[in-house]
Design a protein around this ligand. Structure first.
Ligand SMILES: [Zn+2]
Length: 533
């Protein structure tokens, strides 16, 4: 159980949010919020928009306080541009709400927004994120915001005055509501007249259409973004909603919204830390399964949900960090496993323990864990060498760690497999030789032959520890040193030379996966054959 108090950034925000919610809405559930636009593949970088309030909401729930995490899908926003890879004829839909645009060809979903929401919804489920999704299309078209829309339009001069504090030039006839054209469905409309008494609104569209509607009954349009956001803070009673750096410059939606929410809607701005950019490494040369954009689903293909959660839990929102799709993921997993051991042995610091606990479980349930977590880099080596062959993989895991079923190594094994398949560059993949390199074997001197014979003779202790002792021990014995001899520069050089020879004989390169793992994977008989012993 994470104690309330100064444990980490999450508990500090939870303290603040709970007491602020008590002041603003005593006895009501605490409301945290996120917003995502399904205008295309939802970038992995945007996951912070959801994870930051999720972690705080989860901490609040852990304390037994009722809390809702609203996730607004900005699916009533206009379709802005046709992304690369989609039929250019989709340009005819530019200006329509995202829910009125057909899904990309071949999609199983009814419209553009649903198509791009779906993988995010799946990823959030895997990540254990509990939220209440709100479709802005449903909200606007059902008239849920009717009173707020009428209020904003009535107060348009006041809104204009707030906006003009940040504008250099004056805007004629500012109007905070944009109708979608009844004929063509696009927002290429201009409001030409409005009568406050009757709410009669006249608009014309670039398509040539024009009509007069009663705004009090009109549900096909939306407030402009800088008014829409503060309207929702007030409407939903949001107490916590972080946002990205780009929303925090002068005149931006967060700054302007903070004034509009009070001056127009009688609400208050949420507690809203600014979160820093999340970078991605190692995706440049790899193409994502969903296009050119790395998505949360792509990250979950190569790492377990708790590890991805941990990246967000251990960094304060203002700290930027990177998510690695390259070799760095192996180091990340080493760190994660080291933390797991510290926690198990009771050596973790309170903040480390809190981040770990937030990663492995939510208030509702623990996340799926790998029963037998073999190091990721070892799993990656094994699936690299065996090319994913299940029987060989199981044989190695049994020799390595006494594992008697692949399921015991899952889901981590599957993640490592996908990483090797999708992100290990072809030139770094390991190909064990089928036949001995006779030319190389013939060129060896007596010293090297003797080393290889010692290796072949020592293959009886068929365990990771035994093979580790063997590969380091052969050069020691050749140098007349005892097995526990300290490494000298000369010994290290001899070991490097011996390892390079083994790599050339086994995989035809100077380097490869860790040798003991490689030997386990290759198998004793094939090792003997390839080293000519
Ligand atoms: Zn039109």
């Amino acid at each position: 159980m994470v104690e309330s108090g100064e444990t980490d950034w999450v508990s500090r925000f939870a303290d603040e949010v709970i007491s602020e919610s008590e002041r603003r809405a005593p006895g009501k559930p605490v409301v945290c919020a996120s917003g995502l636009s399904p205008s295309g593949p939802i970038h992995l970088g945007n996951l912070r928009e959801v994870m930051t309030p999720h972690l705080v909401a989860d901490e609040i729930r852990r304390r037994g306080v009722e809390c809702v995490h609203l996730l607004s899908w900005d699916d009533y926003d206009r379709f802005r541009r046709v992304p690369a890879g989609v039929d250019p004829s989709w340009a005819e839909h530019i200006g329509k709400p995202l829910t009125s645009v057909p899904a990309p060809p071949g999609s199983a979903y009814g419209n553009w927004a649903e198509h791009f929401k779906a993988p995010m919804i799946q990823a959030l489920e895997q990540l254990g994120v509990e939220y209440r999704g709100i479709s802005q299309t449903e909200q606007y078209t059902s008239g849920a915001y009717r009173e707020q829309v009428l209020l904003a339009v009535r107060e348009r001069a006041r809104i204009d005055a707030v906006l003009s504090r940040y504008r250099s030039k004056q805007v004629e006839d500012y109007f905070p509501y944009k109708p979608y054209c009844d004929l063509c469905g696009r927002d290429l409309t201009t409001v030409t007249a409005y009568d406050d008494a009757t709410t009669e609104l006249a608009y014309t569209c670039e398509c040539g259409f024009g009509e007069t509607v009663r705004l009090a009954e009109h549900d096909r349009g939306k407030l402009v973004w800088k008014v829409d956001w503060p309207m929702r803070w007030a409407h939903e009673g949001v107490v916590f909603e972080p946002s990205g750096v780009d929303h925090h410059s002068p005149g931006s939606a967060w700054i302007v919204g903070g004034q509009i929410v009070g001056e127009v809607f009688g609400g208050r701005q949420p507690i809203g830390p600014m979160y820093a950019f999340v970078g991605i490494t190692g995706m440049a040369k790899m193409s994502s399964s969903k296009g050119d954009v790395p998505t949360p689903a792509d990250a979950l293909e190569i790492m377990e949900a708790p590890v991805l959660r941990w990246l967000y839990a251990r960094r304060k929102p203002a700290q930027s960090f990177k998510i690695a799709f390259d070799q760095e993921i192996q180091r990340l997993y080493d760190e994660w496993d080291a933390l797991g051991r510290k926690v198990e042995e009771g050596r973790a610091q309170p903040a480390e323990l809190a981040a770990y606990d937030r990663a492995v479980r939510t208030a509702a349930a623990p996340l799926p864990a790998t029963p037998h977590p073999v190091p990721y880099r070892t799993l990656a080596s094994i699936v690299d060498i065996t090319t994913g062959h299940a029987e060989q993989t199981l044989r190695i895991l049994r020799d390595l760690d006494g594992i008697d079923s692949l399921d015991a190594a899952r889901p981590r094994l599957d993640r490592a497999q996908r990483w090797v398949d999708g992100h290990l560059p072809a030139e770094q993949r390991t190909r064990v030789r089928e036949e001995p390199d006779e030319e190389l074997l013939d060129s060896l001197g007596p010293e090297e032959r003797e080393s290889l014979r010692l290796l072949a003779d020592g293959l009886d202790d068929w365990s990771l520890d035994g093979l580790t002792a063997l590969v380091y021990g052969v050069p020691k014995r050749r140098a007349g040193l005892p097995a526990d001899a300290q490494a000298t520069p000369e010994l290290k050089a001899a070991q490097r030379a011996f390892f390079a020879l083994l790599y050339r004989l086994l995989v035809g390169r100077d380097t490869g996966p860790r040798l003991p793992t490689l030997l386990l994977a290759v198998g004793a008989d094939r090792v003997r054959k390839l080293v000519g012993a």
